[in-house]
Design a protein around this ligand. Structure first.
Ligand SMILES: NC(=O)c1ccc[n+]([C@@H]2O[C@H](COP(=O)([O-])OP(=O)(O)OC[C@H]3O[C@@H](n4cnc5c(N)ncnc54)[C@H](O)[C@@H]3O)[C@@H](O)[C@H]2O)c1
Ligand SMILES: [Zn+2]
Length: 398
């Protein structure tokens, strides 16, 4: 029965609506995903309806097709070989790779037009094959068309396999703000193929490793030690070390989402975003010329030094972190960090309030109290942060 409290002259009747929706989706690591003998994609499509012929549309990152000119045909061929369950409604479509696809809404609109023209319904599949940017944009298309079409992600970069691909978010940039338009929408399946990573440019292989160092630093000291002891193999992109690094990193991200208590980030905290407040600002200051992972590496080094100056982290640990990042191939300084605004204040520090605004609530920054232990703080001393920035710059020029 509904309660009817009297509030002055008015009455208010409140009925509490409550329900919980369980989510589950497979995250598969394989090789040769589009080899017709590999059943992973077929099985993913048939997971809920094994005997149906599924309508499928595929959007593919054009940076990926440039590196693998045969890919569009391989996907079409896979569909032909599995025509009993796959109805590819159109030949796979190449879309702009990298931040370009997230930079303007018309890419989203044009993909939605294609879905409209092809009568894609809520039980059809929209598959995205590509880096984190393409997955974010196609994910938004899938989540908003008919309020949600089944979506399969096939991440093809280190960063999208070990981090963004297993997440539950999508989005594009608007008004110069990263991910201003987006939603939380868990995918139907995530299928990772190590072969794509092997063919990535070295710069992107290095960049993606930042997320592994990050999640190790805040959650798993043993994993951090493993990265240190395998840094020779990782710095030369040795296949089995890369595979292990990607899978452990993805596992730790998945654990946070399923067990962290806030998968859709309603609180003020984003525990996995260690080193990210300055990284997001640095990315926008450089118009994404600095890759996400590269910016995160700098952000982690900065916040490690800050934690030492603030008395949270033992002196010397920041050196250990910087040494590992540099060994893996990261540069830990960028001139944009020294840029000042009209007030003379460092522009990078605006990243703190922007980070808060994106999440809402109070400022919550994850710092380290030890390797493997992230702690949340709600205030950042700008003076100490300036000192940390000076330290990074001096190290880089030494
Ligand atoms: N949704 C989330 O939870 C989340 C989390 C972290 C990052 N992101 C987003 O991910 C994006 C970054 O993703 P990224 O690091 O994967 O980079 P990216 O998507 O920008 O791709 C980098 C470049 O590599 C190309 N490419 C992709 N796969 C390739 C391959 N196998 N071989 C050769 N070239 C290939 C792309 O065309 C692009 O030019 C950012 O937009 C970031 O905001 C999203
Ligand atoms: Zn990140």
């Amino acid at each position: 029965m509904a309660a009817q409290p009297r509030t002055g002259q008015t009455t208010a009747t409140t009925h509490w609506q409550r329900f919980a929706v369980p989510y589950e989706f497979p995250v598969v690591f394989t090789e040769g995903l589009f080899d017709p003998d590999n059943p992973v994609l077929r099985d993913a499509l048939c997971r809920l309806e094994p005997v149906k012929r599924h309508r499928v549309i595929v959007f593919v990152d054009d940076g990926l097709t440039a590196a693998h000119p045969e890919l569009l045909e391989s996907i079409a061929d896979y569909a032909r070989r599995h025509a009993d369950v796959i109805d590819l409604v159109r030949a796979p479509i190449a879309v702009p790779g990298g931040e370009k696809i997230k930079s303007e809404l018309h890419f989203v609109e044009s993909m939605q037009q294609t879905l409209f023209d092809l009568h894609i319904d809520r039980h059809s599949f929209v598959i995205a094959v590509g880096g984190g940017a393409v997955l974010d944009a196609v994910g938004l298309v899938a989540a908003t068309t008919h309020r949600g079409v089944r979506h399969i992600r096939i991440p093809t970069t280190v960063l999208s396999q070990n981090d963004s691909g297993v997440g539950v978010k999508n989005g594009v940039n608007l008004h110069g703000v990263k991910n201003f338009v987006g939603s939380f929408a868990p995918p139907f399946a995530v299928l990772n193929d190590l072969d794509f990573v092997a063919a990535l440019p070295e710069r992107d292989k290095v960049a993606g490793m930042a997320e592994a160092v990050k999640v190790a630093l805040i959650r798993d000291a043993e994993f951090f030690a493993w990265i240190e002891s395998h840094s020779d193999h990782l710095a030369t992109f040795e296949r089995s070390a890369m595979a292990k690094m990607i899978q452990r990193c993805a596992e730790l991200h998945m654990h946070q989402i399923s067990h962290g208590g806030d998968p859709f980030e309603s609180g003020s905290a984003r525990p996995l975003d260690y080193g990210h407040w300055s990284a997001h600002k640095l990315e926008s200051l450089t118009r994404s010329h600095v890759r996400h992972g590269e910016a995160v590496a700098i952000g982690m080094a900065l916040d490690a030094r800050y934690a030492v100056l603030a008395g949270l982290l033992a002196q010397g640990e920041e050196l250990r972190i910087c040494a590992l990042l540099e060994y893996l191939g990261f540069e830990l300084w960028h001139p944009a960090l020294a840029k000042t605004g009209v007030s003379g204040e460092l522009v990078i520090l605006e990243g703190l309030s922007e980070f808060r605004e994106h999440l809402g609530g109070e400022l919550t920054i994850t710092l380290l109290s030890d390797i493997g232990v992230g702690v949340e703080v709600h205030e950042i001393d700008h003076g100490l942060m300036r000192q940390a920035l000076d330290w990074l710059r001096d190290r880089a020029s030494a």
